[in-house]
Write a protein that binds this ligand. Structure first.
Ligand code: ATP
Length: 231
């Protein structure tokens, strides 16, 4: 469903070319709840950026649901991403001057996949799903970090994408809030969404169906659990 073949990524720096991903081969199945772990600077965010199409590989191929991301133009990619990928960024990136409800509606407006007449109801459904319907009219900064993270997840789901990607979704959260977010991901995977998270939390990673460890831009270990998702 998601396949990376020989993916390399280098950045040009003042001291020359800096290789960050050095030939990554990886596969994720539809409906899989996967984690990516690795030390700071090992290339995790860069790897996620390859899968979401936020950045392009210097070499290699990235296929998602049969679409060749490595061949798409910027505008094709933006359109494709809007309806195919839900992205939860490390620092939420909610628009601070819009209410929680407006943040979700805007994501739907940009994409156009959800009919206009259904957007408000869908936003309410998603805010209810993450337990924040009572906060719909508040501005993001009126919420706690954990609540903002849940809004970011609701927004990522706005256009009902088959894939949800989250960079450190439970970083900086207390353990109870982290647990509730993990449970939400588990439920979404059970409903058929493919979920890929980057995490520093080994105990959370162990509870996902597969864990990929990256070190120095290379996959150094892959573990696939044959057990069902842990609750
Ligand atoms: N645009 C860029 N230009 C130059 N170097 C970059 C760029 N983006 C990332 N890097 C470098 O690539 C390496 C990997 O970065 P990346 O953000 O993917 O790591 P990470 O594993 O996600 O780290 P962290 O856990 O700290 O978020 C780092 O050394 C980083 O400094």
């Amino acid at each position: 469903m998601i396949e990376l073949r020989g993916v390399k990524k280098s950045y040009q720096t003042s001291s020359g070319e800096y290789p960050v991903l050095k030939g990554v081969n990886l596969e994720f199945n539809a409906g899989e709840f996967a984690s990516i772990i690795g030390k700071s600077g090992s290339g995790k965010t860069t790897l996620l950026n390859m899968i979401t199409g936020i950045d392009r590989p210097s070499d290699g191929e990235v296929w998602v649901n049969g679409s060749p991301l490595h061949k798409m133009s910027e505008s094709q990619m933006a359109r494709w991403r809007g309806s195919n990928m839900g992205i939860v960024f490390q620092f939420f990136q909610l628009l601070p001057t819009l209410s929680i409800m407006e943040n979700l509606l805007l994501a739907m407006d940009f994409c156009g996949k959800i009919p206009i007449s259904e957007r408000k109801e869908r936003a309410e459904y998603l805010l209810n799903l993450v337990g924040l319907l009572d906060h719909a009219d508040k501005l993001p900064l009126a919420l706690s970090g954990g609540q903002q993270q849940r809004v970011a997840i609701a927004r990522a789901l706005a256009n009902d994408p088959p894939v949800l990607i989250a960079d450190e979704p439970t970083g900086n959260l207390d353990s109870k809030t982290a647990e509730s977010i993990f449970e939400l991901f588990t439920r979404l995977a059970e409903q058929g969404k493919t979920i890929i998270i980057v995490t520093h939390d080994d105990s959370l990673a162990k509870r996902t169906q597969s864990t990929t460890m990256i070190a120095d831009g290379m996959i150094v270990a892959e573990k696939r659990a044959s057990i069902p998702l842990a609750a």
